[in-house]
Write a protein that binds this ligand. Structure first.
Ligand SMILES: Cc1cc2nc3c(=O)[nH]c(=O)nc-3n(C[C@H](O)[C@H](O)[C@H](O)COP(=O)(O)O)c2cc1C
Length: 238
């Protein structure tokens, strides 16, 4: 593999950029199973993710077929009974600044719009929330979990593995959607998947994306580079 040290953009870059920018969430799937050997290949490569002292803390339960159906039924039963989600960890800071709140609101409006759900359509919004617990109709869900005493850095490492997994899905013609919503009922996941004592991080709805579904074309806007990068090539002047 040729290294590009001159700053010139080569074929590797184009391949990387194509996969990384195609990785947006897919929330509608074809009725087509995901072959186990494809997932084995992706997860083997994803495990090349870095981790502190190579501890490789990530673990993942691959749930398909009758197990997927049964798990989804149990999760939706909790939702239908009105059990409030009670995830093992917070995924957002307690206070959000205004720009972050605006970005989240824009995403919510954009996603509902892509699904044809009006802002004031409470029933439609509830149907969408419930669809999360059917893994957006994906034939597989991957449940990512960690030791119960996971440190913040351990989550970071699982994140690298999760992102590599999602890029691998794209490279194999698959797609996915990470799901904190699924982690809202961690006791159900622990019980169904034999994960006693484990911390449930998220699901990853996984399948062949439906190319005809408008929701799959929705790509939330990204901030411009100067909003998230600063450059430093001189010591600070006092
Ligand atoms: C850890 C994590 C949990 C998420 N949970 C959900 C979820 O429960 N349901 C959902 O539809 N999307 C979920 N998302 C997807 C985000 O909404 C999405 O990544 C974000 O809006 C950016 O869109 P993109 O991934 O399509 O670029 C989650 C993403 C992450 C990283």
């Amino acid at each position: 593999m040729a290294a590009h040290t001159s700053g010139a953009v080569g074929e590797n870059w184009h391949q990387f950029a194509a996969v990384a920018t195609a990785r947006h969430c897919k929330r509608a799937f074809l009725d087509r199973p995901v072959p186990r050997e494809v997932l084995e290949r992706i997860l083997t490569v994803a495990a090349h993710a870095p981790s502190t002292r190579n501890i490789q803390p990530w673990r993942v339960a691959v749930v398909t077929g009758a197990a997927r159906e049964a798990l989804g039924r149990r999760l939706r039963a909790e939702f239908d009974r009105g059990v409030p989600p009670h995830p093992d960890y917070a995924n957002l800071p307690a206070g959000l600044d205004e720009a972050t709140r605006d970005r989240a609101a824009a995403f919510g409006a954009g996603l509902l719009g892509a699904m044809g759900i009006a802002r004031d359509d409470a029933a439609g919004r509830r149907t969408h929330l419930r669809a999360n617990l059917d893994f957006h109709g994906a034939p597989a869900t991957l449940v990512f979990h960690l030791p119960a005493d996971a440190a913040p850095g351990t989550f970071l490492e699982l994140g690298f593995f999760l992102q590599s997994t999602m890029l691998g899905l794209v490279a194999c013609g698959l797609g996915g959607c990470p799901q904190y919503s699924v982690a809202g009922y961690p006791d159900v996941l622990r019980d169904a998947l034999g994960l006693a004592g484990r911390l449930i991080v998220c699901g990853l709805a996984t399948g062949y994306p439906d190319p005809a579904a408008s929701v799959n074309a929705y790509v939330p806007e990204r901030a411009a580079l100067p909003e998230y990068v600063t450059w430093h090539d001189q010591p600070p002047t006092c």
